[in-house]
Ligand binder design. Structure first.
Ligand code: SF4
Ligand code: SF4
Length: 56
C-alpha cells in the first residue's frame, strides 16, 4: 500500500515524515517519498500535510 505525494505541491516540510508510524516516508530531493513496502494506509500523513500534497 502507499499514498500518493504530489511533488508539485510538496514544500518539503517533513511534517508527514514525523507523523508516519512505520517510517514509510523519506525525503528525496526535498520532496516526501512513500515506500509502498512499509505504508499501512493509516492516513496520518494525509492529515498532517499543511498543503494537502498527500492523497490515497
Ligand atoms: S498512510 Fe500512514 S503508514 Fe502510509 S505513509 Fe502515511 S503515515 Fe505512513
Ligand atoms: S507534510 Fe506535505 S508538504 Fe510536508 S513534506 Fe510531507 S508531503 Fe511535503
Amino acid at each position: 500500500m502507499a499514498v500518493v505525494i504530489n511533488k508539485e505541491t510538496c514544500i518539503g516540510c517533513a511534517a508527514c515524515i514525523d507523523t508516519c508510524p512505520t517510517e514509510a516516508l523519506t525525503m528525496v530531493d526535498e520532496k516526501a517519498v512513500c515506500d509502498a513496502e512499509k505504508c499501512v494506509d493509516c492516513s496520518a500523513c494525509i492529515d498532517a500535510c499543511p498543503v494537502e500534497a498527500i492523497s490515497e
